[in-house]
Write a protein of this length. Structure first.
Length: 427
């Protein structure tokens, strides 16, 4: 770069520096009148990003022990509130139609059929090492796609370790991976126009592909419904959504996409963690298998109605969700206006993160909090969602996950049938 070019840049750098100093002064004045929750010193521009590791829920738990269960941080220029204590944690279509108890119960044959397919696939491999993760993932995708679309997106063939994925499945996986990328533009908004990491462009391209696939699926179903006429029945989620949104409503497509995004891996990951813990604790595995044998026997597979008679099995599920929540943080919420939590002021537009992972391991709440001990839930009034807020794998209150019942049903049937059919041993 020539000296003249460098001189031309100086006014822009000076203007940027002045604007940055003014913005810092404005924010300092804005927050000075508030009694903010405690937190570590922030760096310019970065805020507290330097305090985060590759496992942010663990980093934030460590910080909360140093400062307070209710912390004020800055991610770039975005104010953030982090809650790591249960005391601080104190949609009509989904809850009444898509995920109503009667609707979920009507899908039980679909779940059990996919579970049978998974069991046959594992059994066909005999004494060979079986990859539970891939089979659980395939079963989970098949279950949600059968419920949502009435057809499978992934086949679980016993003679192949690789599952044949459809174009939609690969796009969904790519979408989840893209949404998980740390994007600096989310936290330093004035850099968004530059799209430094190309996330915005990738999102537009991927969104266009997904919209094309979803539109084709929806249009095909509309045509079929028009041919069948008034005798048609709403057999899956897509039928229900089309009945609700007869016109080309813009909400239909994102609702359908959300069902897949929230229902593909969450159940299979929970089952995988439960199996891992039970394999590491043989006496607990034997106890839960004995309970299943006593309640159900071996003449049929476990059904959802059986679970209410298996308290130790339920305790295993709760303990797994306590130690290994699928999502370490609940979906963040933004404060629309200034408010108070206990003795602290929460500024308007601050994001609030509930660290469920930290709450589940809080030694002030749980005895021997790092130990896998289903017995702690026997005879207790803990339920999911827990009204005491110590156990929040699906959130709580008005914002509880609408697909909670579906998720619990999937986990119950997949895990119980696996334990009923096989003995699992460590490598």
């Amino acid at each position: 770069m020539s000296d003249s070019s460098a001189l031309l840049l100086l006014p822009f750098l000076a203007a940027f520096l002045v604007l940055w100093i003014l913005s810092l002064a404005f924010l300092k004045k804005r927050y000075s009148r508030l009694r903010l929750p405690p937190g570590p010193p922030a760096l310019p521009i970065l805020g507290h990003f330097h305090k985060l590791s590759l496992d942010p829920h663990k980093s934030l738990q460590s910080l909360s022990r140093t400062y307070d269960p209710l912390m004020f941080l800055k991610f770039g220029s975005v104010p953030v509130i982090v809650v790591s204590s249960p005391e601080m944690s104190i949609r009509q279509i989904c809850t009444t139609q898509l995920f109503a108890p009667t609707k979920i119960k009507s899908f039980q044959p679909i779940i059990l059929e996919e579970v049978r397919s998974m069991l046959r696939s594992i059994d066909a491999e005999g004494k060979q090492k079986s990859c539970a993760r891939s089979k659980l993932h395939a079963a989970s995708i098949n279950i949600i796609s059968m419920m949502a679309l009435g057809k499978k997106l992934q086949m679980n063939e016993s003679n192949s370790t690789a599952n044949a994925s459809s174009h939609l499945t690969s796009l969904l996986v790519e979408s989840i991976e893209l949404s998980s990328i740390f994007n600096i533009s989310d936290w330093v908004p004035w850099l968004a126009w530059m799209d430094l990491q190309g996330c915005e462009q990738k999102s537009k391209v991927l969104g266009g592909k997904l919209q094309k696939v979803w539109t084709e699926i929806i249009d095909e179903r509309r045509q079929y419904r028009n041919i069948v006429g008034p005798e048609r029945r709403d057999t899956d989620f897509l039928d229900i959504l089309i009945s609700v949104f007869e016109a080309q409503d813009p909400l239909l497509l994102p609702l359908l996409a959300d069902i897949f995004a929230g229902g593909t891996d969450t159940s299979s990951i929970t089952v995988e963690w439960a199996l891992a813990e039970l394999i590491s604790h043989p006496s607990k595995r034997k106890r839960v298998q004995d309970e299943i044998d006593e309640v159900v026997g071996n003449s049929r597979l476990v059904e959802q109605d059986d679970v209410q008679n298996m308290p130790y099995f339920q305790a295993v599920i709760k303990e797994t969700m306590r130690l290994h929540p699928v999502i370490p943080f609940l979906v963040p919420r933004m404060a629309k206006q200034e408010c108070r939590i206990e003795d602290f002021d929460i500024p308007a537009n601050a994001l609030t993160f509930i660290n469920v992972w930290a709450i589940g391991r809080d030694e002030n709440v749980w005895d021997n909090s790092l130990d896998f001990s289903p017995e702690r839930f026997l005879g207790s009034d803990f339920d999911i969602p827990c009204r005491h807020f110590e156990l929040l794998p699906f959130g709580s209150g008005r914002r509880v996950c609408p697909g909670m019942l579906l998720g619990i049903t999937n986990v119950n049937l997949m895990l119980a049938c696996l334990l009923q059919a096989f003995d699992f041993e460590p490598d």
